[in-house]
Write a protein that binds this ligand. Sequence first.
Ligand code: GDP
Ligand code: MN
Length: 380
Amino acid sequence: MDLYEYQGKQLFKQFGIPVSEGRLATTPEQARTAAEELGGPVVVKAQVLTGGRGKAGGVKLADDPGDAEQKAQDIIGLDIRGHVVGKLWIETASDIAKEYYLSVTFDRGAKQPLFMFTTQGGVEIEEVAANDPDALVRLHVDPLEGYQPWIARRLVYGAGVDDPAEQKQIADIVGKLYRCFVESDAMLAEINPLIVTPDGEVKALDSKFTVDDSALYRHSDIAEFRDTSAADPLEAFAREKGVTYVKLDGDVGILGNGAGLSMSTVDVVVVAGGRPANFCDLGGGGSAEGVVDALEVITRDPQVKSIFFNIFGGITRCDEVARGILEALERLQLETPIVVRLDGTNAEEGRRILAEAAPPNLHVEPTMLDAARKAVELAR
Ligand code: GDP
Ligand code: MN
């Protein structure tokens, strides 16, 4: 789960990482009030779950409350990489002398958290990594050893920060960010930019924070951050139905039993020259109920032109799944063509059941690749 900047900053604040004071606003009037309360110049920031807001015109300085209202007017409704701005974060403007970058994330290859720090902040970190890799200090943390003060010193000296007061503040933030990362079960905690003000004060001006979905059950406060209005409505509907569903941007709807098979199904559709519209895992069962729920979710996506139903029967028997499919078709009255591939336990019986019923929009194919080709062809 990705957090908005203001939510990430709320966590930063809880862990003692310095941030500017701010207020949330959803209308220009609220932005004006926020600026009045904060006093002095403010920065009006679009709250969307994507980066590059600055470049897209989603971050603007305002001198006074009237100006804040005007800037809010400009930013609300803006489309930033497909995210329409509905919420703003208004915070006390900072003077910036330097922009650094600090993050901690998981290095899955190394199976360890990885710190990255550079004095070339503000820009996207991929740019620094590509153009000036030596400027980016990377350091793993042994999770068994835990955080040690030398880690911060290595980062700070490695990046060439030579002001002692700065070194001390950054080292302090590194330690706090690590605690925040671990204790929140985060996958990513990024501060870009981490600024130094002309007075030498170091603080987090931005926040990018991702929490492991599987750990949300033990962070009810973070789970409450979830903004259902920003979530894809289809994914929200799927969650309601208890269907494992991820929306993709193609036109072949995919339904498999088991995560591994469903992922292979996504792959084989691409191999057959098509584009998957989603990933959908029916799980172990194949009951009519489960099939109806999954098909309901998939067909709510108007981009879906055909559906590839890929089942490998193990404990779930193919004849049961076949009956589930027929019952689902009766209940849903779908017009979208469905291609079914059944294999494994009782596959022949399952195919026979489908062949006998022969609903007009149902196509049964013998292999996964044949079925993928057929589904791709039908989507065209
Ligand atoms: P992003 O573009 O989505 O990463 O949004 P950021 O929060 O990082 O803001 C983009 C840029 O706006 C920053 O790199 C800063 O240069 C600038 N900015 C943000 N807040 C302030 C502020 O308080 N004062 C000044 N002077 N610039 C700011
Ligand atoms: Mn940023």
